[in-house]
Ligand binder design. Structure first.
Ligand code: IYR
Length: 229
């Protein structure tokens, strides 16, 4: 029997997918290598101002956009900031929110939980890093007639895209930090985003500073996170 390149299901075209396979040994080695590579990723707060080619950023965003999403709505927009002027505006607004968070909004327990990370309301990386990527989620779309259409699993979809994005950044030999100044509405205003976009995550991207330090924290062991049934 001949296998077709595509079939129609309910009138919609489905193309044949053939996954690349590996031997069991190769699978073990490849999965181990990727783990070892990603296990070297750390959230870095000390950035160099050294520039990186825009082509790299474009490839990172294309990688993020391969994430699965609810009903394939791809409910995301990635805003890239290189402008020193806009970075400064973002830093000023973020630090203002963070000051309030650290001094009034965060609980005692939360502040206690953050102590070992050494974070403060000062966010120089927002100006030092050559690029800021601000990820926006799109809870709904507006069609050409002005009608509203909800997207699905928006937080999950955008979170998956962000996971791929931070992996791609690390794979390129660069560092980032998942920064969530809260609330983040100021990003929508500064970047003049449409009404259907909400700031989701801010990622400074670049090389680490010559002397960058990260907290000496450990990942949970496999025994702690893995249950085989
Ligand atoms: N958004 C603040 C506080 C903060 C909160 C968590 I949860 C962290 O893991 C780290 C920091 C900040 O960026 O400093």
């Amino acid at each position: 029997m001949q296998t077709e390149d595509f079939i129609l299901i309910d009138g919609f075209k489905h193309i044949r997918h053939i996954q690349e396979h590996f031997s069991e040994e190769e699978m073990i080695e490849k999965s181990e290598l990727l783990y070892e590579m990603l296990n070297k990723r750390r959230s870095v707060r000390d950035f160099s101002d050294k520039d990186i080619p825009i082509e790299v950023i474009e490839n990172l965003i294309k990688t993020a956009s391969t994430a699965p999403s609810g009903a394939n709505k791809q409910p995301w927009t990635f805003c890239i900031v290189k402008s020193a002027e806009i970075k400064k505006k973002i830093r000023i607004a973020a630090e203002e929110e963070e000051q309030k968070s650290y001094s009034e909004r965060m609980s005692k327990e939360w502040l206690e939980d953050l102590k070992h990370l050494g974070t403060t309301a000062n966010k120089p990386f927002l100006e030092v890093a050559p690029y800021l990527i601000i990820v926006f989620k799109r809870p709904y779309e507006i069609d050409s007639k002005g009608n509203k259409h909800q997207n699905y699993y928006v937080n999950e979809s955008v979170g998956l895209a962000c996971g791929l994005l931070i992996s791609a950044i690390h794979n390129a030999g660069l560092v980032t930090l998942t920064h969530t100044p809260s609330p983040m509405r100021f990003l929508e205003k500064i970047l003049e985003r449409p009404n259907n976009e909400r700031a989701y995550l801010l990622l400074p991207v670049g090389y680490e500073a010559e002397k960058a330090y990260v907290p000496d924290i450990k990942r949970k062991s496999l025994e702690d996170i893995f249950k085989l049934y």
